[in-house]
Design a protein around this ligand. Structure first.
Ligand SMILES: [Zn+2]
Length: 297
């Protein structure tokens, strides 16, 4: 993708356990590969969710959304995978244009990811409550006890905070992530391994939301507190090579606040109302347009 960073959205997120959640111990296997596993890992004294595990959950749910509405979406496990299709391609613009919607956000073996998830940790001073349970693994085919009994640790009450960063993003990409966040907020996203044991309810709440523009002359970003600029609006000469849309902007009724401390560009922080408006408009005005485009291909 473009070497220079042009825009970056940061979404702060709180993830809360609604019931007991399995913490990864020595037990592997038995996991259903079709359902992503949001792993809770114990490392020393603390329990956390690795960012890579969150990314897997988001990717898998975004794929489900894309397939449901008819947006372009490859399959990681067969020859349609963009990483396979584009392995001989070296032009960054061509790779981006020919990648499916999911690989354009989450990356593939051919293209870098535009999204990064920080590891999710409990807020300082709030240690999760955990307990140890005993169980057995049931063989899925034979219905017999495959191994066990073994002890496993669950977290019974916990809050984790993290941040998601979208770099050099088009507004439809923010719309797609907004759809995943909406269902995560409503507790609709199935969580793997733990879920199959009757464990694994989580709910997520979006916190602070900000957009940062780097290295842009002020004149090219009119009214950044009431406009959100996607990559297409910022890419300039490289727009065509990447197949981006110049009209990649939305305008807002609820203004954000520009951060005077930002030296390298502009950072705008949006309150809850503005954030909801941005997510809604990125879905309705930008994500729906690319879905329509993909359906007409
Ligand atoms: Zn793909």
């Amino acid at each position: 993708m473009l070497k220079k960073l042009l825009n970056q959205a940061t979404i702060e997120l709180t993830i809360e356990a609604q019931g007991p959640l399995l913490i990864k111990s020595g037990i592997e296997g038995g996991a259903d590969p079709s359902v992503p596993d949001m792993r809770f890992v114990r490392s020393g004294g603390s329990v956390y969710i690795p960012g890579s595990s969150l990314k897997g959950v988001f990717r898998s749910y975004a794929e489900k959304i894309a397939r449901t509405v008819g947006a372009r979406c490859c399959n990681l496990f067969d020859d349609t995978f963009c990483g396979k299709q584009l392995e001989k391609q070296s032009n960054g613009g061509t790779i981006y244009q020919q990648s499916c919607r999911i690989c354009r956000v989450f990356g593939s073996t051919a293209a870098a990811s535009h999204i990064k998830f920080n590891d999710a940790y409990p807020p300082s001073g709030q240690n999760p409550q955990t307990e140890t349970r005993t169980g057995v693994a049931i063989d899925r085919v034979l219905g017999s006890v495959a191994h066990g009994p073994f002890d496993f640790e669950v977290v019974t009450q916990a809050k984790f905070t993290t941040a998601i960063h979208l770099r050099n993003f088009e507004l439809w990409q923010l719309g797609l992530i907004a759809l995943v966040l909406r269902d995560l907020a409503e507790g609709l996203i199935p969580i793997g391994f733990g879920k199959s044991r009757g464990l694994g309810e989580v709910k997520a709440t979006v916190g602070k939301f900000s957009v940062r523009y780097v290295g842009q002359p002020d004149a090219s970003l009119p009214n950044p507190t009431q406009t959100v600029y996607g990559l297409g609006a910022l890419a300039g000469a490289e727009r065509e090579a990447y197949g981006l849309q110049a009209n990649d902007t939305i305008t807002l009724e609820h203004a954000g606040e520009a951060d005077a401390e930002e030296l390298l560009g502009v950072r705008v922080t949006f309150g809850a109302e503005a954030q909801k408006e941005i997510f809604r408009k990125c879905v309705n005005e930008r994500w729906k347009a690319v879905v329509q485009h993909d359906r007409n291909r």
